[in-house]
Write a protein of this length. Structure first.
Length: 437
């Protein structure tokens, strides 16, 4: 199922990025003291008491601005509002009601979406009382917070959860392998889909942003049903066009959340961009399978494919388990290998390791490694079992989960991969306090 989407909107410099960082529990957006810092929305998954949603930070909405980038930001935010399940409309209690606040409030009311008016920068009791002014916006009682100081932000999350659709309102996904085609604009995603299907299922154009929505196509592979999800490209920061790709960015993230395996399409004719890494990081964070598909290989000349693959792995070093395939969607070269490889990754995600073999591998790993320690306490693994598939999930029962650090997690993951494969998929390691199995 796709996670609910909550969009944070408001004028420039009202504290949207600060709020996202506070609610996400980490710094994931740039925060500065001058307007206009956030040029593109930033995503963060928020988990609170077993409920999870995706928070989307947006650029400042200045409705009277006429520069190209401001028009683009406006278009992006309007599309984000339309696509979101709920809206946080932020205002600044220190500034009071500004003309842009009135215009934004009018837009929000017309959308008729679950909306929470958030009055930020109420750093003390005196400022809290000034929030009553925002009743004039006609959006109900303002929820008063200080994102910077963390005042009432926990209560804000609880309020947000009440705005979201219940799990019974979210449609269940079909029981079949789901593959999402993702990547930046103009890397050849739609052309790849057409080449796979052998027909013009999606309009292909060399103008970035032609694909506006996520498009599902169901077909048979090896006698089994497969759902193929084509998405619009994810645009790089600072390259925003009004009303073209903006809200399809959210759909791209939702497609990743929905899929079992993501095909990350890269353009062989240009350098990899930070946005490529960002998309790959999101796939990894979502614990989805991945195949790196290097498209337009027919245009590349005098390149050693093995060297190219080695350099790609260096740049995507956080997903070294991802297989790499070189193709030309335009000519059809290598296209026939794409879905079989995705299917192979899917099978790896569904793999169940026998308990006896699993215990033997982990016992051998522990015997050959200095165990982490903190003070006088040394980490002790009391038991291990595979507790899930898609993604492969392994639960370790230990004396103190707080001692487990990143390097030890990576060591155990590498041993599991050496023993059992898991090509193309993240491995989810869970550490809990517990006794012998």
């Amino acid at each position: 199922m796709s996670k609910s989407i909550v969009a944070i909107i408001g004028r420039q410099n009202v504290g949207k990025s600060t709020l996202l960082n506070r609610l996400a529990g980490k710094r994931v957006a740039i925060v500065e003291d001058f307007p206009g810092t956030t040029r593109d929305r930033v995503f963060a998954d928020v988990l609170w008491e077993g409920k999870e949603f995706t928070l989307v930070d947006t650029g400042g909405l200045e409705l009277g601005m006429e520069t190209e980038i401001d028009r683009g930001v406006k278009g992006q935010i309007l599309q984000a509002m339309a696509e979101a399940d709920a809206i946080l409309f932020m205002v600044d209690v220190k500034d009071g009601i500004m003309p842009a606040d009135l215009e934004i409030a009018d837009l929000v009311r017309r959308l008729k979406k679950p909306t929470l008016l958030v009055s930020n920068k109420a750093d003390n009791k005196k400022l809290e009382t000034q929030a009553v002014e925002f009743y004039r916006l006609g959006l109900g009682e303002p929820f008063v917070i200080s994102a910077y100081h963390g005042r009432s932000t926990a209560e804000l999350i609880e309020k947000i959860i009440t705005l979201l659709p219940s799990s019974s309102q979210v449609a269940a996904e079909p029981e079949m392998m789901k593959v999402a085609i993702v990547g930046r604009p103009n890397v050849g995603k739609s052309m790849l889909l057409n080449a796979i299907l052998g027909q013009e299922r999606v309009i292909v154009s060399d103008v970035p942003g032609t694909t506006r929505d996520a498009i599902d196509t169901q077909f048979d592979l090896f006698g089994e049903k497969v759902l193929l999800i084509d998405t619009a490209g994810i645009r790089k920061r600072g390259q925003i066009e009004t009303g073209i790709e903006q809200f399809s960015v959210i759909r791209s993230m939702r497609a990743i959340d929905r899929c079992d395996v993501a095909l990350l399409v890269l353009d062989a004719t240009g350098n990899f961009a930070a946005q490529d890494m960002h998309i790959a990081g999101y796939i990894q964070q979502a614990l989805k399978g991945i195949v790196i598909v290097v498209n337009k290989w027919d245009i590349v000349t005098n390149e050693n494919q093995d060297l190219w693959a080695e350099n790609t792995r260096k740049q995507f070093k956080f997903i070294t388990y991802a297989p790499i395939l070189f193709i030309s969607a335009k000519l059809g070269d290598g296209v026939s290998e794409v879905l079989p490889l995705a299917y192979q990754v899917y099978q790896e995600r569904m793999k169940q390791v026998p308990d006896t073999e699993l215990r033997g591998v982990i016992q051998g790993a522990v015997a050959s490694h200095n165990m982490p320690r903190k003070g006088k306490i040394t980490l002790s693994i009391k038991g291990i079992s595979q507790t899930g598939v898609n993604p492969p999930t392994f639960t370790f029962r230990v004396n103190d989960p707080r001692i487990v650090h990143f390097s030890f997690r990576r060591f155990l993951e590498n041993r599991l991969r050496e023993a059992f494969g898991f090509t193309g998929t993240p491995i989810n390691l869970v550490f809990k306090t517990g006794g012998e199995s």
